[in-house]
Design a protein around this ligand. Structure first.
Ligand code: NAG
Ligand code: NAG
Ligand code: NAG
Ligand code: NAG
Ligand code: NAG
Length: 404
């Protein structure tokens, strides 16, 4: 069954290592338990995940991430109003009450500044810091500084791309409900025997710089979306910034390309250099969350295939030639929520569950629930154009009920 094809297997280890027998009781599951080494663990504490703000669970065991003490960080320099409305608007509409920390330009204009203030967004300016690195690399140093400077960012942390991402549910409440509270979580892109870390983005540069070559059994990991605990993410950032410094200081590792932070991210993960050591001395490696099973859903490869199919069907010319016939191509009779055909496996032949909920227009995980964050949505290009217009106009009405 596709649902279970590659679920992470380390959950038991992490929880049992911490002598933790606490499992959040999910809102729809009446009696929930998990099995580890043949032992059934029943939840000792019942709790509801409400708007992402779960009460702290005291004493021994993993602290349940509270959204109010969590943080979403992104670089949002040179972005337009619509990108801010999509990202911040959709995130706040999930009920997420925690920190949103954005790297912004200093000249945002009054309208945008007031909007971001009204949404309790913390704006950060890069200034002269780390300008010796390209922005895609500098952001990892900046994230580290911003987290260290945020004394109330104690629980979950998400580092994410900005322009091509939006939210449908609280990512931290989602991670808690999925039992995915690992110190470092990296996210797999689509896996189907064609797309893997043998891609030029990774195998184009890592063999030259580090003498390491990826194989086609290694799913591509997206460096634009990472989650974890405060402590885990600071370790991740230590590893990333150490490696970035090495690349900057080494002639054969200096590439004039966009995206080699993804090369570094994959290299560190697949050479076991992303880990967090607990207070008890246990080394916990970063956990790769399989495609469509976690709080972040990287839609890029599948979206691009769907979009290319439509472009070919309609007979669009190459970008930048306009192609108005393609916008909202699948929307019929003004049912703007139904912007993709109900055809499981479209653009991702191994998937047996549909990608879209036709009554809301929300993109779904393999389990049929709305994915908390959608990333690389720009690969659908203008297929969901009207859906986004309606979401902004109506204030993301479908986001609210997800975790109530
Ligand atoms: C912003 O913070 C204030 C004070 O904590 C709170 O009352 C308000 O609801 C918050 N607004 C949003 C959009 O989170
Ligand atoms: C650190 O946070 C304080 C307020 O909490 C702020 O005034 C200061 O500018 C921040 N520094 C950096 C480097 O972000
Ligand atoms: C997906 O299907 C293809 C054949 O269509 C197969 O080669 C590949 O191994 C499958 N991938 C997974 C992850 O099941
Ligand atoms: C943890 O990561 C560091 C580099 O960040 C590496 O040197 C070390 O070998 C890793 N530990 C394990 C047990 O994989
Ligand atoms: C492209 O779309 C057509 C019709 O919409 C469909 O029959 C075909 O299977 C699609 N191709 C792929 C590769 O999904």
């Amino acid at each position: 069954m596709a649902l279970n094809r590659r679920q992470p297997t380390k959950m038991g280890n992490f929880f049992v290592l911490r002598c933790l027998l606490i499992v959040p009781l999910l809102m729809t599951v009446a009696s929930f338990f998990f099995v580890y080494n043949g032992i059934i663990f029943l939840p000792l504490v019942k709790m509801r995940v409400e708007g992402g703000d779960a009460p702290e669970i005291a004493a021994e065991g993993v602290k349940i991430w509270r959204s109010s003490h969590s943080a979403v960080l992104a670089m949002a320099t040179n972005m337009g109003m619509l990108e801010y409305y999509n990202f911040v608007g959709s995130l706040r509409a999930t009920g997420y009450s925690g920190h949103i920390i954005l790297g912004t330009s200093e000249s945002l204009g009054d309208e945008l500044t007031n909007y971001l203030k009204s949404q309790n967004v913390t704006m950060k300016f890069q200034g002269e810091k780390y300008t010796e690195y390209k922005v895609s690399h500098a952001r990892f140093f900046l994230y580290r500084d911003w987290i260290e400077n945020c004394t109330t960012c104690t629980d979950g942390i998400m580092l994410t791309d900005f322009r091509d991402a939006y939210f449908q549910a609280d990512p931290f409440a989602t991670a808690v409900s999925l039992g995915q509270q690992y110190p470092i979580m990296v996210f797999e892109e689509l896996v189907d025997g064609e797309h893997s870390a043998t891609h030029w983005l990774t195998n184009g540069v890592v063999p030259a710089c580090r003498g390491y070559t990826f194989g086609d059994h290694q799913p591509m990991l997206c460096s634009g979306s990472t989650m974890g605990s405060r402590e885990g993410i600071l370790e991740y950032l230590r590893a990333m910034t150490t490696e970035i410094k090495h690349w900057a200081a080494t002639e054969k590792c200096r590439f004039d390309m966009v995206g080699d932070d993804q090369s570094i991210h994959n290299y560190l993960y697949y050479t076991n250099q992303l880990n967090y050591t607990t207070d008890e001395g246990h080394v916990l490696n970063a956990v790769a969350i399989p495609h469509r099973t976690g709080a972040i859903h990287v839609v890029g490869v599948q979206a691009a295939r769907i979009y290319n199919n439509v472009s070919q069907t309609v007979g669009c010319k190459e970008w930048p030639e306009p192609c108005p016939e393609r916008a909202n191509y699948y929307v019929k009779d003004d049912a703007w929520q139904n912007w993709l055909p109900e055809r499981p496996g479209y653009g991702s032949p191994n998937d047996t569950t549909r990608l879209l909920d036709p009554t809301t227009g929300m993109i779904l995980n393999l389990d049929g629930k709305p994915s908390a964050q959608i990333h690389q949505v720009d690969r659908f290009n203008d297929l969901p154009k009207r859906w986004f217009e309606m979401m902004r106009a109506l204030g993301w009405p479908y986001n609210k009920p997800t975790f109530q």
